[in-house]
Design a protein around this ligand. Structure first.
Ligand code: CU
Ligand code: ZN
Length: 160
């Protein structure tokens, strides 16, 4: 807290996920919080299909303007590595695995991730979070075969 530029780096970021065309009724929110162990990610989804699995990534551009959210680009991959699971040795920085919904089409997940950065040149600030129609198989290259984008939102600074 007493670092000379600590105030330049927000400790909390937030994303409001909005539906792409044809996915009206789906929505979500994700928060990112800096902790001593890594970045704590909390994601909440609603209006999704029941008991389903959806790829969940940080994408490279903070632009959800295209009706299908392709404007968000591909997975955030500043280290130019292969796609993989969140705990894999080789993964894109943006690879956050999957989110599973319950029988009501809602999901709530929390985890601490060691791959994300909230400061510096690889910061996730201003990039996008995307939730996909299908599961990320965590192995197919280049992006895990998760299909269309159903939710997209831009990562912004949150109130502490
Ligand atoms: Cu994605
Ligand atoms: Zn990836």
């Amino acid at each position: 807290a007493h670092g000379s530029h600590a105030h330049l780096y927000p400790a909390n970021m937030v994303v409001h996920l909005r539906p792409t065309r044809g996915n009206e009724g789906k929505f979500g929110m994700v928060t990112f919080e800096r902790t001593d162990d890594g970045v704590k990610v909390m994601a909440h989804l609603e209006g999704m299909p029941a008991n389903s699995t959806h790829g969940f990534h940080v994408h490279e551009f903070g632009d959800c303007s295209a009706p299908d959210a392709t404007s968000a680009g591909s997975h955030f991959n500043p280290n130019e590595t292969q796609h993989g699971a969140r705990d894999a040795e080789h993964r894109h920085v943006g690879d956050l695995g999957n989110i599973e919904t319950n029988r009501s089409g809602m999901a709530h997940v929390e985890f601490v991730d060691q791959g994300l950065n909230m400061r510096g040149p690889h910061s996730i600030l201003g990039r996008a979070v995307v939730v996909h129609e299908q599961a990320d198989d965590l192995t197919s290259q280049p992006v895990g075969n998760a299909g269309a984008r159903v939710l997209c939102g831009v990562i912004g600074v949150a109130k502490n």
